[in-house]
Design a protein around this ligand. Structure first.
Ligand SMILES: [Zn+2]
Length: 335
């Protein structure tokens, strides 16, 4: 559901939920396993009430079902099966309330129609070595800025105000989701392409709107050569069966415990996560062939063995996201 305007023509089903709902729930399941028995577990339960962490992890995507143009109603219940448990009157009212405060109150980015949607990503050129504020594809309320704001609210500190969180529960709902998104490489790193399908560098050559690939949503795979996805962003959102939340076991939790700690305090961590995701995006695009631009899209050809490469990156990023979600919750709720 990222950038609905741009992807409407592709008529994407559930696959358009970032990481798919499965990936987000896997991240939340890892984190829930790691905080078991800690004060953070009790504090999270205190804020979420009867909403399990895995359901909380898709709240910020299901929120996209609220339609500002239709009086902040939720016009299509049942469209996204993963959101079913959030489609009660009280929960719809809570989602609508968030969208009312996060609809047109920001500076809207390219291809976006609502502020809250652009908090799920950045679009940094893969040529950049790390996440830096103000380079092309970043905004104060991008996925890094939104995570930092949510962490500040959870720590009881003043937040920059964008996105607007009315309380710690709302900040937690968004945080649980965005820690997943920032680990999906195409939610951070992007290629910018010219009319011939050659990579360009928007920070060095100047930004040309026509070179923007919308986080991979304008890159099309040959469906005959991949399983299902035609849209390259969706290809990366989808996780294989063995990475679904029901496969999070003691071994996977042990692996997550080995994820290296980030330097600094919690609010410093999201830029590090983004930099690492940007490095992974470099691997995501390594060896790809791009056609000349057709309309506003490019066809892409994947090198041999790409599926295995992609699965390894997905598994590593899901594990890191789960471990880091647990750590940020423990840092926010030490007692
Ligand atoms: Zn998302």
């Amino acid at each position: 559901m990222r950038r609905l305007l741009a992807t409407a023509l592709l008529a994407l089903p559930l696959a358009a939920h970032a990481w798919g709902s499965d990936g987000h729930q896997t991240v939340a399941t890892i984190a829930a396993g790691l905080i078991k028995g800690t004060p953070a577990e009790a504090r999270v339960a205190g804020l979420l009430g009867d909403m399990p962490l895995s359901l909380a992890s898709i709240w910020a995507d299901c929120v996209k079902g609220i339609a500002p143009s239709q009086g902040y109603t939720y016009p299509a219940p049942g469209k996204y099966p993963a959101c079913a448990a959030l489609e009660t009157p009280a929960r719809i009212a809570e989602m609508a309330d968030y969208v009312r405060r996060n609809d047109r109150q920001c500076q809207l980015g390219l291809d976006e129609d609502s502020c809250h949607k652009q908090t799920h990503y950045a679009d940094i050129a893969v040529q950049r070595g790390r996440y830096l504020p103000k380079v092309t594809g970043t905004r104060p309320d991008d996925v890094v800025g939104a995570l930092r704001a949510a962490i500040l609210v959870l720590q009881g500190k003043p937040s920059p105000g964008q996105p607007n969180f009315k309380n710690q529960r709302e900040a937690l709902l968004v945080l649980v989701h965005l820690v997943g998104d920032i680990h999906q490489p195409l939610h951070v790193g992007s290629v910018y392409l010219d009319a011939q399908g050659q990579r360009v560098d928007p920070d060095k050559q100047g930004f040309d709107r026509a070179s923007f690939t919308i986080g991979g949503n304008s890159l099309l795979l040959d469906p005959a050569t991949t399983t299902g996805s035609k849209n390259f962003h969706s290809y990366w959102d989808n996780v294989p069966e063995e990475f679904r939340p029901q496969h999070v076991d003691a071994d996977w939790l042990a692996e997550a415990r080995q994820v290296r700690a980030d330097p600094g305090t919690a609010v410093d961590w999201p830029p590090h996560w983004a930099t690492q995701s940007l490095e992974q995006a470099g691997r995501v695009f390594d060896g790809l062939k791009f056609s000349a631009r057709q309309g506003s899209q490019w066809d892409i050809e994947l090198p041999g063995g790409y599926g295995a490469r992609a699965d390894a990156i997905k598994r590593q990023q899901l594990t890191r996201a789960g471990a880091r979600l647990a750590r940020v919750l423990q840092a926010a709720f030490p007692r």
